[in-house]
Design a protein around this ligand. Sequence first.
Ligand code: MN
Length: 708
Amino acid sequence: MVTIDRLIKKVLSYNPKADVEVIKRAYVFSREAHCAQTRSEGTPYIYHPLSVAEILADMKLDTATIVAGLLHDTVEDTDTAPEDIKSMFGSETAFLVDALTKLSKVESKTKEDVQAENFRKMLLAMSKDVRVILIKFADRLHNMRTLKYLPENKQKRIAEETLDIYAPLANRLGIGWMRTEFEDLSFNALMSDTYHELQRKVAKRKEEQQLYIGDIIRIIEGKLMAAGIEAKIKGRVKHFYGIHQKLQKQKIPFEEVHDVIGLRIITDTVGHCYDILGIIHSMWPLVPGRFKDFISLPKSNMYQSLHTTVVGPGGERIEFQIRTEEMDKIAEEGIAAHWRYKEDESVDKRNVRHIAWLRELVKEISDAKEFLEAVKGEVVQETVYVFTPNGDIKELPVNSTPIDFAYSIHTAVGHKCVGAKVNGRIVPLRTNLNSGDVVEIMTSPSHGPSKDWLKFVVTQRAKSRIKQWVKTEERKRSIELGTKLIEDELRRHGVSLSHLKSEKMEKVLMSFSINSLEDLYIAIGFGKVSAHQVVNRLVSEVTGKERPEEISVAKPVRPQKERKNIIVIKGIDNVLYHVAKCCFPVPGDSIIGFITKGKGITIHRMECSNMDRLKEDSERLVEVQWSQDGEVASNAKLFVESIDKPGILANLSALISSANVNISFLKASSTHDKRALFELTLEIKNRSQLANIVSKISQVEGVLSVKR
Ligand code: MN
């Protein structure tokens, strides 16, 4: 069992100048503070912080981290005050302990959003100082190693959380050994039977293959010696959870897994890695699709290695990992390698690439749940590597699209993206990018992002930038629309616009609990408040009379039911309105506008089937008219029913195009009783043109009915 002497010996082995006294002091302090507690495994509590400190020493971390490991539970579980830690152990250690205390405070709660918030805090703390997470990991690891002493339901909860968050995060930070141990310990706790069965099978396979593997190693050693290359060859067994996942994913029995036992070759230089690869490939045929070069394209956690699988003697598949000493260290230690005790402290440890992505996320997302999803997404995602036309590499999550790529270059490039070329060919913006693609983004300065992009982009950066743009745009639109509506209403009442800036108006705003004129415009533009109500209130303020009906301002000329605002469509900026997709009104139709939340006015036909529903929200209805001048092409939808006979579609489309009308959408289907149904969307200039087309279509032989 771990003792303070063993811990100190371990620290001195990699850091001979370590401040042993402060470690001893922390140990004594922690032991005294925890003296009344025991762990569920029945040992004095001090064994827990001591074990955590030992794990940190195994990772060769600096003294402040070791000391914080010893003290990590004192403020949380005993009556130690944060100031005590600071005065006795200095502010660096106090900061680490404080961060860890804050982390554990919310941990026992199970509500999902509390967990999310907790997790966000953890990563926030980590983005400030990675040692916080390393201590948290060591703490969790010792708790996992002693998990069996806890009640079963607690075991399951902790194991699930470890598998869900800690293991992927350890992987993302490149700490390979810890990820493996987290996964196998959780696997054992959650599916004990499956775990033990797998363990038996692997042991048996190892026994069977021992001689075979021994032979292979000797063959390669001979070849390497002849080539003058120094290397160590080790047999390695894939970790149990890794095998389990493979069985699940590929739905195959254990007997068909070939890479349970693999070989790892560790050499001195990158050049020798490729030499060794060449030697292996020249001896045995490689299995296609299994060769991966993570040396020239490292994984996002900085993992580097060559992977290949060959068909060895007797038809057995053998998997190889070939890498340098340095790469092997990074594969095991990841980010911890940057924090290990070093004589030379000149390296900027705070700026390693491992956590650059995390800082970015912390900056961009403030909602805890959204953040948790984003990080979970980021830590488990596989990556693709694509190239800019200049040959720069961009690393993106799998399923990224040209839009994700555009936003990864610059927000402005994303916003103005109108098209993309992949490997020189124009592709749809929702295309998934593959490793090796050369991506070129086409932009247009007058263009803005589309809300639809949110349906397919995968990077958090693209998502948040698009959302932000949509929000600002909706706000801008609402202000414009609100201004227009209220000014129209004022004019109709014959009230001067200057009253909007008066004290009277401030009173009106207060009565609606609205802070500023701008907020009022937004509220009107969003359909929350009607311009009519506001103006009535203002008029009664201006005239001092309670009921606006009695005021002798210019009476509306229209009958009562038409008292709402009139907007002439041509007269307002076209961002303010759009044509309803349910009824596709065309110029000449009688129409009505409906204020859509943040999207301006939607124009419906009076006969629209949704009219009854819209009328329930009558405050949002506004009167609109087509402008007299000019012809605006707009879409009209037609439903044509005919008997199902060949050539009818050709006749229809010939007729429509001879009338100089474009068909922008066409869908045809046939019914069981031998009739054909066509759904057409036509670009129509006005109502009379549409009427003309309708009458022509209904005269085509075989057509049974034409409807809008
Ligand atoms: Mn602890």
